[in-house]
Write a protein that binds this ligand. Structure first.
Ligand SMILES: [Zn+2]
Length: 450
């Protein structure tokens, strides 16, 4: 039995590139089958008609950098005023006590918060596998399935402990062999390369200061062999640049190239401290950058050079980053912050709401190597975020699309993933959020007090 849905006459619609005028979108079997011209009706009768006259419709938002477990250490006193390296060194011993149950709760909260903000596809970068946490990614797969979202789950890793000159404590690092075997297991078990995939796996050694070059090289080889994507943190702070110069005698992009990562398969979190020549090289290879404005502002890391990167051919997308440095998992909030931070660098004419929403949708899809999401076009997956403009913050606004960012939309009224409504009237379908938050708060307290 097919169920054909007409999302009829939206108040406004953004297709991933620009605002379009449409009489609606027709969805069948999880895909967009028609994007109607004004006054055009569906070519065949629909089973359900959703009146969208009060809704601004966007492609489902795509988050390209996160650490779900960090929702357990939001706004933690000891790191509120620290920059990246001391922030990390203070948090590592807390994170090392992570349990499977706490990770499950942390992941569900992060996913729920993202979904409520209009996010339909997210990535996560999980690199903590202390004893007892061997199934971390399996737990995350289950949490993503539970929420009915799509995700690229990155099998992260740390292999360069303090004793060997790295930043993380010894109990948080793993042997190269263990990392690579588990990476292979996860790709074989969960990675779906097909159209409409709900789960993708990527390989993600954490950062230059927490993994060995060997893990970078071996991960790149495996990613090529298995045709999966590569992810890491790069050029986030000047401390990291100094670390690379001292330890490898290379700047960050030279290091990236030396380990076989300077290619289209790679997406980098942050990507702030690049010089012109490095930007040209990243652009030429089609590397993608996950811009994380709130984290970058909170840790005072710097401002990503999005325009130069984009002009050079790099792909730009948005990431909320881990909740210990944001501390929200809200894609609309992130997009608004991106608009304002990037305007400070490039001005009002260059950084428009359409540009930023493009990063949050089409750019996110390209970053994750997906051609089936991020746009409202025939043949794409039926992933949408619908916002109403009824809240006090929108009263008196005129341009509905601009209003989403300028007035600060933060919660979607409706969200559809793969043709299924996952958020209805601002609430997640089939989820007791109140109970989840109670358990999550308890787990968060326990983690920092252990
Ligand atoms: Zn991060």
């Amino acid at each position: 039995m097919t169920n054909r849905v007409w999302i009829k006459q939206p108040l406004a619609c953004f297709d991933g590139t620009e605002q379009i005028v449409t009489n609606g979108i027709v969805v069948e079997a999880g895909k967009i089958i028609e994007v109607l011209a004004p006054h055009q009706s569906p070519s065949s009768p629909c089973d359900t008609i959703f009146d969208a006259r009060q809704h601004v419709v966007l492609p489902g938002l795509i988050n390209t950098h996160h650490h779900f477990y960090q929702t357990l250490t939001r706004a933690w006193g000891p790191v509120v005023n620290q920059p990246l390296f001391p922030w990390l060194k203070t948090l590592y011993p807390v994170w090392a006590k992570l349990t499977p149950k706490a990770l499950r709760l942390g992941s569900e909260v992060a996913l729920a918060e993202l979904l409520l903000s209009g996010c339909t596809t997210t990535s996560d970068h999980h690199y903590l596998f202390p004893n007892g946490m061997e199934d971390a990614i399996d737990i995350q797969v289950s949490a993503v399935n539970h929420l009915g979202m799509r995700a690229t789950l990155s099998r992260g890793s740390m292999s360069l402990g303090e004793k060997s000159g790295g930043l993380p404590p010894e109990q948080t690092v793993q042997a190269a062999e263990v990392i690579l075997q588990d990476s292979l297991r996860l790709i074989d078990r969960y990675h779906d390369a097909g159209d409409g995939a709900m789960i993708n796996i990527a390989l993600a050694p954490c950062s230059p200061f927490s993994v060995t070059p060997e893990i970078m090289q071996e991960s790149a080889k495996m990613a090529k062999e298995k045709n999966v994507r590569l992810h890491t943190h790069l050029a986030e702070t000047l401390d990291e640049e100094t670390f690379c110069l001292e330890r490898f005698g290379l700047r960050t992009v030279d290091y990236l190239e030396s380990v076989g990562w300077l290619n289209h398969r790679t997406w980098l979190a942050h990507g702030i401290h690049f010089n012109d020549e490095e930007i040209a090289r990243l652009g030429k290879e089609g590397v993608a950058i996950s811009h994380c404005p709130v984290s970058n502002m909170r840790l005072a890391s710097g401002i990503c050079r999005t325009k130069e990167l984009s002009d050079a051919g790099a792909i730009i997308s948005l990431g909320v980053d881990g909740s210990a440095s944001n501390d929200a998992s809200n894609m609309m909030y992130e997009a608004r912050q991106a608009l304002y931070l990037q305007r400070l660098r490039y001005g009002t004419q260059t950084i428009t709401p359409e540009v930023v929403l493009g990063w949050a949708t089409r750019g996110g899809a390209k970053t994750l190597g997906r051609g089936d999401i991020g746009e409202i076009k025939v043949g794409k997956q039926a992933d949408f975020a619908l916002f109403t403009l009824e809240d006090i913050r929108f009263s008196g606004s005129h341009d509905p699309l601009a209003a989403l960012l300028l007035c600060g939309a933060e919660r979607a009224d409706r969200v559809m993933v793969a043709g299924n409504w996952r958020v209805v009237n601002g609430e997640i379908v089939n989820m007791d959020l109140h109970a989840l938050l109670n358990q999550h708060r308890t787990a968060a307290k326990k983690l920092v007090n252990l």
